[in-house]
Write a protein that binds this ligand. Structure first.
Ligand code: GLN
Length: 481
C-alpha cells in the first residue's frame, strides 16, 4: 500500500470507511509531510493544522458511532487564499487584506464541509489572482516541487505545488485566465476550469467576475470528478450559477471527434510540441478521430482578455478603501484628503498596473475604443468556438506554450508574463470547460495537455481524460521533495 499521504481522495474515504486507518492518522501523515517539505516549497499562506486535527477526530467519532462521515470524510483540502473561509484569514496574497477574517464561508467551502472534507489551510497565489508564477504574492513565492529554482505557475501556484507534493489531498483554485490550468500543468497534476456557471462564485473574492470560476486541482481524474460533483450546483447567492447533471467515471469511451488547434501548437516550444503530438497519437489508440484545425480570430484572445480582465479588476478592487476591512495603518496617516491614496499604495505593482489599465479602458472617450471593442472580440471568438463544437467534440492543445521557467525570468516585463496565458484565456472568454492533464516531462519539467469542450460538456472532458490517464504512465510524485 502507498504511504498514507500519497493516497488519492477516493482512497482516503474508502480506507477510513473500511477501518484501515483513522481520519486522525491520515491527517497527521499529511501534516508530517507539510513539516518535511513546506520550508522548501512554501505553498501555504495560512496553515491550520490544529483545526484540521480537531475535525479529523470528529470524523473518527462519527465513524465509531456508525454515523455517516460524508462523501469526503477525512479528505484534506487546501484552499486558494482568495476563497472566503469563515474565521480563517483570507488575504488574496495582498497586504490590503492582511488582517481579514471572513464572517462567512464561500458556497464551495460549505459544500466541502457538509460532505466531511477537512480544510487544511490557505494556499499561495499571485496578489488577487493577477499573475502566472506566484511571484506577485505579497508574502513569498511558491517553488515548483519538480525543480525548486523554477516557478510553479500561477496564479494558483500554492494549489498546484501542495497537491503535487502531497501537502493536501486536493485543492480548490480559481481560474480567470488560466490560473488553475497553468499551475496544474507546471506541477504535473490535473486541473479543471469548469463551465462558467457550473459552480457558485459566492465567496470567491472577485478579480474579473465575468471570466472566473472556482475549480479542483487533484492528482487524478477520478478525484476531479469527486470534488466537482460536490461543489457544483445552483446557488441562490450567485445568479450566474446553474444546476447541471453529475459527472461519472465511465470505462467505455465514445468515438469522439477531436481537433488540435494549429495556432496553439505552432506557437509552442519544440519540447512542448513534441510531447503534445505524441500524446495526441494516444487519441487514435483510444479510438477517437483526430484532426487539425485553425481558429481564425485566435490572435484577438489575449488582448481582449487583458482589456476586459483589467477593466473588471479596476471596478472590483475599488472597494478596498481600508474602512470596512483592511490592515492597520499608522495613526499619523489618517488624513482626510490623502487617506485613500495612502491606503491604495499598499497594492503591489502588478495590481496597480491592472487598476490603471482598467480605469483607462473604461474612461469616457476610450470606452468604445478599447473596452467595447474587447467585448465584441470576445463575442466573435465565442461564436467561432461554438461553431467548431458543432463539428468537433473536443479541442486540444498544449496547456502552456513553454516549460516552467526560472524565478525572475519574466517578472520585469509584464508583456512577457501576459504572453504565457495565450493558450488558456480562450476558455475563459468563451465560458467553456477546460482540463489540463499531465502528459510528460522535458529535462524533468512537467508538460500538460489542455482539452476543451462545449459549455456543460464536462462529461466528455472527463471521459477522454480518464482514458488518456490510463494510457499515459508518468511519474506522479516529485522526487526532489
Ligand atoms: N495570468 C492571468 C492574469 O494574470 C490569469 C490569472 C487567473 O486566472 N487568475 O490575469
Amino acid at each position: 500500500m502507498p504511504k498514507l499521504q500519497d493516497l488519492q481522495a477516493h482512497e482516503v474515504v474508502q480506507g477510513i470507511k473500511e477501518g484501515l486507518f483513522t481520519a486522525e492518522e491520515y491527517v497527521s501523515s499529511v501534516i508530517n509531510r507539510i513539516e518535511d517539505v513546506e520550508s522548501k516549497v512554501r505553498s501555504f499562506i495560512t496553515l491550520d493544522s490544529e483545526r484540521a486535527l480537531t475535525s479529523a477526530k470528529l470524523i473518527d467519532r462519527k465513524f465509531k458511532e456508525k454515523e455517516d462521515i460524508g462523501q469526503l470524510g477525512g479528505v484534506t483540502v487546501g484552499i486558494k487564499d482568495n476563497i472566503s473561509t469563515k474565521d480563517i484569514r483570507t488575504t488574496c496574497a495582498s497586504k490590503i487584506l492582511e488582517d481579514y477574517f471572513p464572517s462567512y464561508d464561500a458556497t464551495v467551502i460549505r459544500h466541502l464541509k457538509d460532505n466531511g472534507a477537512i480544510i487544511l489551510g490557505k494556499l499561495n497565489l499571485d496578489e488577487f489572482g493577477m499573475g502566472s508564477t506566484t511571484e506577485y504574492s505579497r508574502y513569498h513565492p511558491t517553488h515548483n516541487p519538480w525543480n525548486l529554482d523554477y516557478v510553479p505557475g500561477g496564479s494558483s501556484g500554492g494549489c498546484g505545488a501542495a497537491v503535487a507534493t502531497g501537502e493536501c489531498t486536493v485543492s480548490l483554485g480559481s481560474d480567470t485566465g488560466g490560473s488553475i490550468r497553468c499551475p496544474a500543468s507546471f506541477c504535473s497534476v490535473v486541473g479543471l476550469k469548469p463551465t462558467y456557471g457550473r459552480i457558485s462564485r459566492y465567496g470567491l473574492i472577485s478579480y474579473a467576475n465575468s471570466l472566473e470560476q472556482i475549480g479542483p486541482i487533484c492528482r487524478s481524474v477520478k478525484d476531479i470528478v469527486m470534488i466537482l460533483n460536490i461543489i457544483s450546483g445552483k446557488d441562490i447567492h450567485d445568479n450566474t450559477s446553474m444546476s447541471s447533471s453529475p459527472i461519472t467515471i465511465n470505462n467505455k469511451l465514445d468515438k469522439f471527434d477531436i481537433a488540435i488547434i494549429k495556432e496553439l501548437i505552432d506557437g509552442s516550444d519544440l519540447e512542448v510540441r513534441k510531447t503534445v503530438y505524441s500524446a495526441s497519437e494516444k487519441f487514435k489508440e483510444i479510438g477517437c478521430i483526430y484532426n487539425e484545425i485553425s481558429i481564425k480570430n485566435l490572435h484577438y484572445a489575449l488582448p481582449s482578455y487583458y482589456t476586459l480582465a483589467s477593466a473588471e479588476a479596476s471596478s472590483n478592487l475599488a472597494r478596498y478603501d481600508n474602512i470596512r476591512y483592511g490592515f492597520d495603518l499608522p495613526i499619523a496617516e489618517y488624513k482626510w484628503d490623502t487617506y485613500f491614496s495612502n491606503v491604495r499604495k499598499n497594492f503591489g505593482e502588478e495590481v496597480k498596473r491592472r487598476i490603471l489599465i482598467g480605469s483607462y479602458v473604461l474612461s469616457s472617450g476610450y470606452y468604445s475604443k478599447y473596452y467595447l471593442k474587447a467585448r465584441r472580440l470576445r463575442s466573435l471568438l465565442k461564436l467561432e468556438l461554438l461553431k467548431l463544437f458543432k463539428k468537433y467534440d473536443l479541442l486540444i492543445g498544449p496547456t502552456m506554450p513553454i516549460l516552467p521557467f526560472k524565478f525572475g525570468e519574466k517578472i520585469d516585463d509584464p508583456i512577457k508574463m501576459y504572453l504565457v496565458d495565450i493558450n488558456t484565456v480562450l476558455a475563459n472568454l468563451a465560458g467553456i470547460p477546460a482540463i489540463t492533464l499531465p502528459i510528460g516531462f522535458s529535462n524533468g519539467l512537467p508538460i500538460g495537455l489542455q482539452i476543451m469542450a462545449a459549455p456543460f460538456e464536462e462529461q466528455k472532458l472527463i471521459d477522454v481524460s480518464n482514458a488518456l490517464e490510463n494510457t499515459i504512465n508518468i511519474q506522479r510524485r516529485p522526487s526532489l521533495v
